[in-house]
Design a protein around this ligand. Structure first.
Ligand code: SF4
Length: 271
């Protein structure tokens, strides 16, 4: 079957976590009838942070109230406007998460940060093995949340729980951004800061700092190549019990899944 148009850190991670969900999302492109609170909250937080960083890049530090307004407008549009389809874990979560979002952005706003070089930096780049020069025929695509002057990449997450520090060395997103940074700017990032705006009962901000080198880029290349092989060969398996199952938008499709071959050829001929 056709290879993917592009690889992204999210797509790679999704294939590794549940390749069947990857298929529903990227191959079959099934409509999402619901949206998890996780995705909705992350989108609203990112919208507000990106707006703040773009303003700071222009040399203007907008008042906190305006940053909160950006968050609230996005949150309202996603959760309360007509057609809203966010699925909350518990009743009353929309208001509670709205409060936590404001609290987290307030904490972030007063943190000392580096000077903004650029915010939401998109890239589409060839994925090349750093030692052999072999290039995948599928490009790598993504967007870095924030680049600070002095070669610092900052990535934001808004998780329910603080991510364990032990996950950091294998974080595909971090590796992808470091790879892209070197391709774009001709040098490795000096630092990669992963900032978790953790929406626990008492919301708090937890930064983790790491780096990457060419060994990590080799591994990224091999991961990308194997995922493309898996997609081309139509290897898509349910990973029941994985953490994505909790609020998977494709649960009904997964329940009805009876194998790949016939369904995929049907989906392709329908396109
Ligand atoms: S319900 Fe779980 S196993 Fe099924 S597609 Fe979703 S994440 Fe994968």
């Amino acid at each position: 079957m056709r290879p993917p148009e592009a690889l992204s850190a999210t797509a790679l991670q999704l294939y590794l976590t549940c390749s069947l969900k990857y298929r529903f999302q990227y191959v079959d492109r099934l409509p999402r009838l619901t949206l998890s609170e996780n995705q909705a909250f992350g989108t609203a937080i990112h919208a507000a942070l990106n707006w703040l960083h773009k303003a700071r890049r222009r040399g203007h530090n907008p008042p906190l109230a305006e940053v909160l307004q950006v968050f609230e407008a996005d949150w309202y549009a996603q959760t309360q406007a007509e057609g809203a389809k966010v699925q909350f874990d518990e009743a009353g979560d929309a208001a509670a998460l709205g409060y936590k979002g404001r609290e987290l952005l307030t904490q972030y706003y007063v943190l000392p940060t580096g000077r903004v070089f650029d915010s939401e930096v998109w890239f589409t780049l060839p994925l090349v093995h750093p030692a052999t020069g072999e290039s995948l025929d599928v490009p790598l695509r993504g967007a870095m949340d924030l680049i600070e002057v002095d070669d610092v990449i900052v990535e934001f997450k808004a998780p329910k729980r603080a991510p364990p520090i032990t996950d950091l060395p294998d974080d595909i997103q971090v590796t992808t951004y470091a790879y892209a940074y070197e391709k774009l700017f001709g040098k490795l990032p000096r630092e990669i800061r992963k900032v978790a705006l953790v929406r626990t009962k008492v919301p708090r901000i937890e930064p983790q700092i790491t780096g990457r080198d060419h060994k990590d880029f080799e591994r990224l290349f091999h991961l990308g190549r194997e995922v493309v092989k898996g997609v081309r060969s139509g290897v898509f398996l349910p990973s029941r019990g994985c953490w994505l199952c909790t609020d998977c938008e494709y649960r009904p499709d997964c329940d009805e899944w009876t194998g790949n071959e016939e369904e995929i050829s049907n989906a392709q001929s329908a396109r």
